[in-house]
Design a protein around this ligand. Structure first.
Ligand code: PMP
Length: 577
């Protein structure tokens, strides 16, 4: 690094304008090393205050750092849309989060301590998960597969070495190679390391495991890193061949099938001696302790069900092909559309964010009703979808919201209305109804919560009506009595189209948290009217929090019974809904 002067990463320090440390990047005039920053007159090493250059290692000409697709907020602002209108199809993550299968209190009570630096529990769980008698010492953990890509690069690449990358593929292989100071080319001949993604992102192509093993065995001096980030969706793992092939490394992640991208957990598996090389070079504690615990529990008992995603992928792909798009067969939780048109730009102007590549676009699958919005934007006619789900997008001058409701879900909810207690109630209700609910709402909360509460419940009713479709084949009636300590609620539902609501909630006070309780009867009425069904809810008790919770739980339980399959046709002596 520099000498006595104040360090400044300047325009001439590195290549590229958008790269890390580029002229407009980290090291801009006011950035980390800016004249007024760390390296200023009184900063680290700043003796005179005169601008000197931090002597960062040069990056190759034209280097570009990792770039994410635009954020929801950016796209909303750029195209004059509300954030609730913007849907992200770019991250190859599942639409709803994985559920931690361990109580977190214990981890959270130890936030002052470092994780177990050996990560024994996580490594044992990962070894058992990948099978093939893998030993825990063959597993190396990292902050996502990304961290392990960088670890492989710094273990096996450097100046004078070369990696083989066949594109289009995951951009981090090139970035990691270049950051290590190595070259990259397409040809595998003479390469020190070969990056392979299987199934491949973004094309969804699968390479037979035998071909990858053959590639490695034919070149014992070359490391072959096989990134199996999407292997749960299909394709054959190379794990069974690791022990006998020391130059083979496999990478796995908890970000895709497991739905834990925010936790940042990935792992590499290799023959013991190769794993040891990586282990020597890894950071002391790359995975946070709570993340490691959640990941270990999930690996011990994986709970994901990928069949619906895979079926949905085919439904979307077939609809695109029928509309004339070049959408090849893929393995993964995404669809690949080959096209030279500026499709990503076009979709973005409608609030639909996809991943763009020079060769086409990659569309991550969301909920079926959300995928239909994207299909229509591409001029494709969505085919019939299995399951019962709906997406409602609604904007008024008072509120903007998006609700995706899946009646055949597993009770997972992601609710953000800006009113914490309403989020809590909708989460409870979906859990007890067995619905998956994704609800994002922004409203004029600066006025009061009235419009948001009413519009959210009304739109939830609309979503329920749409998801029910013809209402054929459902049980129709549901009822529940739910106690909550001293409070007790009764709910009864009839789904056949007789919109009517009887709501009697006996409160002792005015508010719970940010929610005025007087809004609830009216909002539940709107729910019943929009859903086109009869809803009775009665609840009373001493604690208003308990009263409302019991009411929403009871409504959830009643809905669960009413939407359950109940034989053919419409369950009415009139024969009509
Ligand atoms: N490998 C591939 C092929 C990917 O597509 C991604 C993420 N898009 C990653 C690795 C990164 O995974 P992680 O979240 O575990 O860092």
């Amino acid at each position: 690094m520099g000498d006595a002067g104040g360090p400044v990463v300047g325009a001439s320090g590195v290549e590229g304008t958008t790269g890390v440390g580029g002229a407009s990047g980290v090291g801009g005039a006011s950035g980390v090393g800016g004249a007024s920053g760390v390296g200023g007159a009184s900063g680290v090493g700043g003796a005179s205050g005169s601008a000197r250059m931090i002597d960062a290692l040069p990056l190759p000409a034209g280097f570009t750092s990792y770039t994410w697709a635009a954020t929801v907020e950016e796209v909303a602002e750029r195209h004059g849309l509300s954030v609730e209108h913007v849907l992200k199809f770019d991250q190859n993550t599942p639409p709803l989060p994985g559920i931690p299968q361990v109580p977190l209190a214990e981890s959270l009570a130890r936030l002052n301590e470092y994780p177990d630096g050996q990560y024994r529990e996580l490594r044992e769980a990962a070894a058992a998960y990948v099978g093939s008698d893998t030993g825990w010492e063959q597993v190396v953990v990292g902050a996502g597969a990304d961290d392990l890509i960088l670890l492989c690069a710094r273990t096996f690449l450097g100046p004078g070495r070369r990696a083989a990358i066949t594109g289009p593929t995951y951009s981090l292989y090139r970035i990691a190679t270049q950051l290590a100071g190595a070259e990259h080319a397409e040809t595998v001949e003479g390469a020190d390391l070969i990056w392979r993604c299987n199934p491949n992102n973004p094309t969804g192509e699968v390479t037979p495991a035998a071909d990858l093993v053959e590639l490695a065995r034919a070149r014992p001096g070359t490391v072959v890193v096989v990134d199996e980030a999407y292997i749960e969706f299909g394709g054959e793992s190379i794990v069974p061949f690791l022990a006998g092939t020391p130059n083979l490394i496999v990478l796995r992640t908890l970000s895709k099938a497991f739905g834990f991208a925010a936790l940042r957990v990935g792992f590499a598996v290799a023959a013991p001696a190769t794993a040891a090389l990586l282990e020597q070079r890894r950071a002391p504690a790359p995975v946070a302790a709570p993340a490691a615990r959640i990941a270990a529990a999930a690996l011990r008992e994986p709970r994901f069900d990928l069949a619906p995603t895979i079926a949905e992928r085919e439904r979307v792909r077939v609809a695109l092909v029928a509309a004339g798009w070049d959408a090849p067969v893929v393995t993964g939780n995404f669809v690949w559309v080959r096209s030279g048109e500026p499709l990503a730009e076009r979709l973005e102007s409608e609030g639909l964010i996809v991943r763009r590549f020079p060769q086409g676009i990659r569309i991550t699958l969301r909920r079926p009703s959300e995928n239909d919005i994207l299909l229509r934007a591409l001029g494709a006619e969505p085919g019939p979808r299995g399951g019962r789900s709906a997406t409602v997008v609604r904007t008024t001058t008072e509120t903007a919201l998006r609700i995706t409701l899946d009646l055949d879900g597993s009770g997972q909810a992601r609710v953000a209305t800006g009113i914490g207690f309403l989020d809590h109630l909708l989460t409870l209700m979906s859990f007890h109804a067995g619905f998956d609910l994704d609800c994002l709402a922004g409203g004029d909360l600066d006025v009061d919560e009235h419009h948001t509460v009413e519009d959210v419940l009304a739109s939830l009713g609309t979503a329920l009506a749409q998801a029910l479709g013809t209402r054929e084949g459902v049980a129709r009636y549901g009822s529940a009595v739910v106690p909550m300590d001293e409070a007790r609620a009764i709910a009864a539902v009839d789904l056949v189209r007789r919109p009517h609501a009887e709501i009697a909630l006996a409160f002792t006070g005015d508010r719970v948290g940010g929610l005025a309780l007087s809004l609830l009867p009216h909002a539940l009425q709107r729910f019943a009217m929009e859903a086109g069904c009869t809803v009775h809810v009665e609840a009373s008790g001493l604690d208003d929090h308990h009263v409302v919770e019991a009411a929403f739980k009871a409504l959830g339980q009643a809905l669960r019974q009413a939407v359950a399959p109940g034989g053919a046709g419409i369950r009415s002596t009139k024969g009509a809904a």
